[in-house]
Design a protein. Structure first.
Length: 470
């Protein structure tokens, strides 16, 4: 027989009929064997990008294989494997229990590489092979599924069309600065960059593929999240923010779309901060510019000429926490620029908490955390490290111990990145591009970042709960 995997849905497979959607009464199958899930990687679906379908082993005894290769086995946190047409899933190496994946023939992407880009990607096909399958788009960029030749793992290739801009245009500068900055950041909760290639017409940025989608799609998938899950997300976001703030970097655009689920669309697993195109260093004019998503932007960003610092990220984390509590609902009665004073903030939060608190959606400690982040005077906001130490994220001790264990497990799916030097490789059809050596990201340092970090001005139903033991 066959079974469908609908967009943004998960199918659990195992021997235990009470804990799986599909059960096999076979001793080689573990009680919790594997999961197959679909991710809509962009809100343009169904018009633009087909869903991605993944399979992941759930800590089974005999393991799960795709086309004869084990993708996961045992208690170690297993990565997800993207499925392609005709892939064969088996339990371990036992051929008599097999699932074959067949893609829907009526779901196709409406975006393609240009003729020139199809020629350009051949210049680095010895390292990365870019497919015709798109997984996202925005502005003048498209994101294509690609594969890394050495590891045979899937990656993402963001294709920026810069043909309409001058080489020194602010849009081009921002793309370069993000790629260079990412090459200097090395942390489990930050999206790793693998390579950047530039031609006269295009910039190609290769990153790890976030197999669980982003927090926006997670909210669309589950509608609401359990408070324990929200704490797990915020802890991981803060771990990333503590790290970048220690480097003197403010992200400046923290929001659900820029926070990725690295393993599976389930929040306790690895969370990654992405999209550093709006980031800034203290003292640069970028930290005086009006940038960021309005609902997540602090009051000081709306004051012309008023500088700001890394505390902008703390405000955004407070708003992010509130959004996760609300689930897929919009902020009630809130417009950009509403908060003109601390009194306005307090009145709004009092109204919101009077609705959410009695319904059990947010505890008093959670309310205290949000209030501590949403402070009008940016100098009175906590640092990222102080926010991470808040009782809401550290108590009870049993939860803290579980968080730390999960975070340690998440780190096993991450390895320090190695970026080729120069960070941005200029492609020329007459040049041999295979001679650059790998350099650990930690050795590149901020000097490479400063080459491109200029002061250019930017343009204007269900509930996820604490995971049970499997």
């Amino acid at each position: 027989g066959c079974f469908p995997v609908f967009p943004n849905n998960t199918v659990l497979v195992g021997r235990d009929g009470a804990r799986n959607h599909i059960a096999f009464d076979d001793p080689i199958v573990s009680r919790c064997q594997l999961e197959i899930f679909s991710v809509v990687a962009d809100d343009d679906y169904p018009r633009g990008h087909p869903p991605l379908v993944f399979v992941r082993d759930r800590g089974s005894a005999n393991g799960t294989s795709v086309n004869g290769r084990i993708i996961g086995k045992g208690v170690t946190l297993s990565p997800s494997k993207l499925l392609e047409e005709g892939d064969i899933i088996t339990v371990g190496t036992h051929p008599h229990l097999r699932l074959q994946y067949a893609e829907s023939t009526n779901i196709r992407s409406s975006y393609t590489l240009s003729r020139l880009q199809r020629q350009e990607v051949k210049l680095f096909e010895d390292r990365y092979i870019v497919s015709s399958r798109t997984i996202g788009n925005g502005g003048y960029s498209l994101v294509f599924l690609a594969s890394e030749v050495d590891t045979r793992k899937h990656v993402a290739c963001k294709v920026h069309d810069i043909s309409r801009f001058s080489p020194t245009a602010k849009e081009v500068t921002r793309i370069r600065q993000e790629a260079t900055l990412l090459s200097t950041l090395d942390h489990p909760n930050i999206l790793p960059i693998k390579a950047t290639f530039e031609t006269e017409q295009t910039i190609y940025v290769i990153t790890e593929l976030a197999t669980g989608g982003d927090l926006f799609s997670l909210l669309m998938r589950y509608n609401t999240l359990d408070e324990w899950v929200i704490k797990s997300i915020i802890r991981q976001v803060l771990l990333a923010v503590v790290y970048i703030h220690s480097k003197g970097v403010a992200h400046r655009d923290i929001k659900p779309e820029n926070i990725l689920c690295g393993v599976t669309p389930s929040a306790p697993y690895r969370i990654m901060l992405s999209d550093f195109g709006a980031s800034g260093l203290p003292g640069s004019r970028r930290l005086e510019s009006n940038v960021g998503t309005p609902f997540f932007r602090p009051p000081e960003c709306d004051a012309p000429g008023r500088g700001h610092d890394t505390s902008v990220d703390i405000w955004a984390i407070g708003m992010l926490t509130m959004q996760l509590v609300l689930g897929n609902r919009q902020f009630p009665d809130l417009e950009p620029g509403t908060f003109k004073s601390q009194g306005h903030i307090d009145n709004y939060l009092s109204m919101l908490f009077s609705e959410l608190g009695p319904r059990g959606l947010i505890s008093n400690a959670g309310q205290s955390f949000i209030c501590g982040c949403l402070v009008y005077d940016n100098e009175k906001r906590p640092t990222a490290r102080q926010a991470f130490s808040h009782n809401w994220l550290q108590r009870p001790s049993s939860d803290r111990a579980l968080f730390k264990r999960l975070e340690a497990d998440n780190a096993t799916s991450w390895a320090p990145q190695k970026v080729k030097f120069p960070v941005i490789e200029t492609l020329d059809p007459d040049t041999d591009h295979s001679q650059h050596g790998h350099v650990p990201a930690s050795e590149i340092g901020m000097s490479a970042f400063s080459r491109y970090f200029t002061a250019a001005e930017p343009g204007n139903a269900q509930t996820v709960r604490k995971p049970p033991k499997e």
